[in-house]
Write a protein of this length. Sequence first.
Lengths: 402, 357
Amino acid sequence: MSAPKLVVTGYDAICSQAHSAAELGTKLGSAPRVGRRKVFGMHECAAEMPAYLVEGLEPVEILGRKGLRTKDWATKMLLCCLHHGFSEALEHSDASLRPGLCLGTAFGSVASIGDFLSDSIENGVNSVNPQAFANTVINAPISNGNIRFGVKSLSATVSTGFNASLDAVVYMADFLRCGHASRAVVGGMDEVSYYELIGLQRTGLLSTTPAARPFAVDADGVVPGEGCGLILLETADAAREAGRKPVAEIAAWCTAFDPGLAAGERDAGTGVMTYVMNAACREAGLSPASLDLIAASAGGHPLLDRLEAEAIEEVAGTSAPVTAYKAKLGECFGASSALSTVCALLDLADRRITGVGRDYQSRNTIDLVTEDRVGVDGEHVMINAFSCDGNCGSIILSLSNK
Amino acid sequence: MLDFDPGSFLSQSETARMGRSSQFAVAATSMALEEARLEPNSLNPYRIGVVMGTTMGEPQILEEGIRGIYRHPGPEGVPATLPRRYPCNVISTNVARRLGARGPLSMIPTACAAGNYAIGYASDLVKLNRADVVIAGGSDPFSRIAFTGFNRLLATSAEACRPFDKNRDGMAVGEGAGILVVEELEHARARGASVAAEVAGYGLGCDAFKMTIPDPAGGGGIEALRRAISTSGIEPGSIDYVCAHGTGTRENDKSETVILKNVLGEAAYTTPVSSLKSMIGHTMGAASAIEAAACVLMMRKGTILPTINYSDPDPECDLDYVPNRAREKELNIVVSNAYAFGGNTSSLILRRMRGEA
C-alpha cells in the first residue's frame, strides 16, 4: 500500500487564552487566564474551583440562534471552532469535497449525561427532557457538527482519556493512509464540568495550587482547563486540488499502551514512552537530537511529569528544547494534544518557543524552556501525549515552509 | 444478561475494579482468544492492539457516583475508587491489561455503530502493519440512562421487538459484548490458526440529518454500504446475506430498506436480510460486534438466523427478512449494517475463507 503524504492545511483553537488561533498567536506568551467557578449546571462545588475556563465566548453571536437551544456547552464550543476555522472547507458547494469530522474527547458529554441522570433522580424518569437524551451519547458533539455543516462523508469520535485528540489525529491519519478519505477536520474538545472536578478530586489528580506547573519538581496534580483544538488534515494531493497551502506535514506517529501506568504503579518505567518517541523519530527519518521542539504532555501530574522528563532525557538528552503548553492552558483533557499542536505550529511560525514560566522550580535534566525564546528557526516538532490510564503517543510534524 | 457471572472470567480484584461493560469485554475477549487458540504471551506485546467501541461506556459507574452525591453532597459522597472506572476508554484499557498488550489502543464511541468502526479500524491497523493482532469489538451494559432516554423518545417496544413488521413499535434495550480477533492472514496461518473469515472491507458515512432520527432517504447508510462494497472489491449481487441494523423502530427499518434497495438494486429483493435484535435486543455499541461474530458463525454453519416476532408484512419494508425460522444457505459474503445516534452509519463486509474454517 503506497502511503500518501499527509499535510495540515488549517488549524484553529478555542481555549482560556483565546477564542481563535489567530488570537492565540498573539496571547500565547501572555500570563495564563485562570478563572474560578463554583456553580456547574445542576450542581455547586463547596468552594470556587480554579480552572482554565473559556470565558466570554458567545455562541449565539457566532453561530446565530438557530439550532442551539438544546445543545450543551461542549457542543457549542466545538461548533464555534468549526465555524470560525473551517467554514470555507465545510461549506464547500460540492458536498463530496467537504472534509469528514473526527473528534477526540476524554469525557465527551459527561456534563449532559450527569445532568440527565441527576434530573431523573431528582424529578423522576418521566420528567426528563427527551431532547436532552440526544446530548448524552459521547459522539453527540461531533455529530452535531456533521448536522450543522451537512457533512456526510464521515463522523467519528475517539475517546482515549487525556490522549484522545492525539489518538484522533492518529486514527484519521491511518484512515487517510488507507484511502478511506482524503481530508478531515480532526482534533479534540473537552469542557470543565462538576462531574470531572469531583472525579479528579476523589482520585487525587487535582493540584492544590491554583495554576498548572508542568515539570515542577514538587508537582502535585493538574489544574483543569477546557477548550477545543482542530486541524484540517489532508492528503497532499487533496490539498493541492483544493488550492490549500500546507502548513506542516505529519511526518510520523506512534502510539502504544503501558499497562504499568494504567495500573498506577509508582515504579512504572519510561519504556513505553521512549518506545513511541523513538519509533516516531525512526519513521520520520529523524534523529531525536534533530527535533527543534518537543511539546511535552506534562501538566503537573507528579508521576507522569517525572517519567516524561526521564524519557525525554533518555531519547533526546538536552539537545531538543522542551515546552509544555499546559502551563498556559491547563489540563484540557482530550483537547490537550490538539491544543499543543496548534500552539507549536503558532510558535514555530513566529520563530519562537513559549516557555512554561519561571514561577516555580522545574526539572533541569532536560532543556525545558522557561522564558520565551525568540529567533528560533524550527522545522520538526514532536507532540507527546502520555496519560495515567496508560496511553502513550508521539506525533512528529514538519513545517512545510522549510 | 441476568446469568452473567464475572467470576467465571475475572479474579475478584479484577471484578472489583471494573465496571460491567469492562467485565463483558474482558469475558468476551477470553472466549474469543480461546476460539482463536491464541496465547497473547507468545506474541510481541507491541504488536497486539486493542480497539473497542461503545455507546455509553460505563454508565452505571457515573450513576453510582451521582447517587452518592445525592446521599452525601460533595465529593465525599463519591467513593474514591469510582472515578477511575468511569471514562469509556477503561474498557479497552482493561482488555489490554488483561492481555499484556502494548500496541495501538483505541476507543471509538460512535454509539450504536461503534462495533463496526472498531472492527474496521482494527483491519486498517493490520493492513498498515501497525499490529499483527488486534482485539476488536464493542461492549455496553444495561443502563438507566439508555433505558430512560429511549423510553422518553418513545423508541422502546411495549411488548416485543419485531423488526420490519408492519406493527413494530420500537426496540428492546439489551446489553453485552462482542469481540473479534482480527489478525494478519499469514500471521494466523503461520501459527496454524483456523481462520474464520476475512474482513473484506468496510464503509462509514453520516446522515447529517437529525440526532435521533435516521435520514428517511438513507443518505449516510447508502454512502457507507457503497464504500464497503467498493473497498471489498465485490459486486452488490454477490452478497449472500445482510445482517441488518434492524432496531424495530418505524424510522430505522424503513430507512434501512431504502438503503438496501438503493445500493443492491433488484438484488435487494432476493438477498436475505434479518435482524438479530429481534432475539437479543439492541446492545448499543456492542450490537455490530456481536452481529459480526454471529455473521462468522452463520457463514461457518451455513445457516441464517431469522427475524423473530414477525407476523405482518409492511408494504414499506418489502424485502426478504427471513421471518421467524432459521434458513439453511451457503454464505460466502455477508454484510453487517450498523447505524447510530448522530447519524453515524457503517457497513462491514465479511468473506468466508474457504478451506480454512
